[in-house]
Design a protein around this ligand. Sequence first.
Ligand SMILES: NC(=O)c1ccc[n+]([C@@H]2O[C@H](COP(=O)([O-])OP(=O)(O)OC[C@H]3O[C@@H](n4cnc5c(N)ncnc54)[C@H](OP(=O)(O)O)[C@@H]3O)[C@@H](O)[C@H]2O)c1
Length: 265
Amino acid sequence: MQFLKVVCVNFIILQPAYLLRLYIEMEKKKILITGASKGLGLAISKKLSSEYELILHASKKESFTHIEPGSHILCADFADSQQLADFCKKLKKEHGDSLYGVINNAGLTYDKPLNFQPEREIDAMLNVNLRAPIMICKTAMKIFSLLNKGVIINISSVVGESGNAFQSVYAATKAGIVALSRSLAQEAAALNESHHIRVLSVSPGFIETDMTAGIPEQIKEKYLNLIPAKRFGNVDDVADTIAFLLSDKASYINGTNIHINGGLI
Ligand SMILES: NC(=O)c1ccc[n+]([C@@H]2O[C@H](COP(=O)([O-])OP(=O)(O)OC[C@H]3O[C@@H](n4cnc5c(N)ncnc54)[C@H](OP(=O)(O)O)[C@@H]3O)[C@@H](O)[C@H]2O)c1
């Protein structure tokens, strides 16, 4: 009898909590993060996983060493235009009814003087860093226009504004990302009556990831002297900013580029 009582009391107390949790889970907004296998993308996925339902992308499934539980996986090599087209189709088909946010983060760089840069590397940087975000933005804008809400955050770079020797093409793609984001924010406002669609870019400075791991020590030292914060950025510096920009607390931040660089000039 006592046992039955405990079971009944627990059921009455726990069921509403369970239902509430279930409701919150069902209400989670869906966010796509590209390049989520490592570096910034991985940190962003860890930061967002408790609040959002995630769609995680990498060039291939084997790239992932960690996947946040409950996440959807959608892979494509963005250097390959057919894979990118299939990715966008799948994104619309499988998540078009509920996509709320896009973090265009996947990117790569081949640092060398332009006159020695193979065309293959130029094409890869243009395709992965610029064409892919453009095509994903196109897909997302179709979805957001129907749902009348959504947020896109495109990852640019400090070098998109400052330029950087041996990164001409990379820097050009990152400058393009800022222009793309500003223009789309204006376009979203022009085409949609209620302004619940935001498009932004962020420009990280020097963040410690695989992308910067190969930079020679003396060059790192040179960068460090240019950073008033006197440290390199870490992945959470960027992930925290993204989490804020995605949230409703940032609902008045739109069509602009946010620098995350410790003051690097
Ligand atoms: N780290 C910095 O200091 C810094 C500064 C400014 C801006 N950024 C930008 O921040 C973003 C993330 O950089 P990160 O430092 O985190 O780089 P990372 O550690 O090298 O990670 C790059 C991510 O992009 C994906 N990716 C690379 N090539 C791809 C391709 N061909 N197709 C599809 N996905 C591809 C990778 O997936 P796979 O694992 O499958 O290859 C990986 O998930 C990039 O856009 C970068 O330009 C970084």
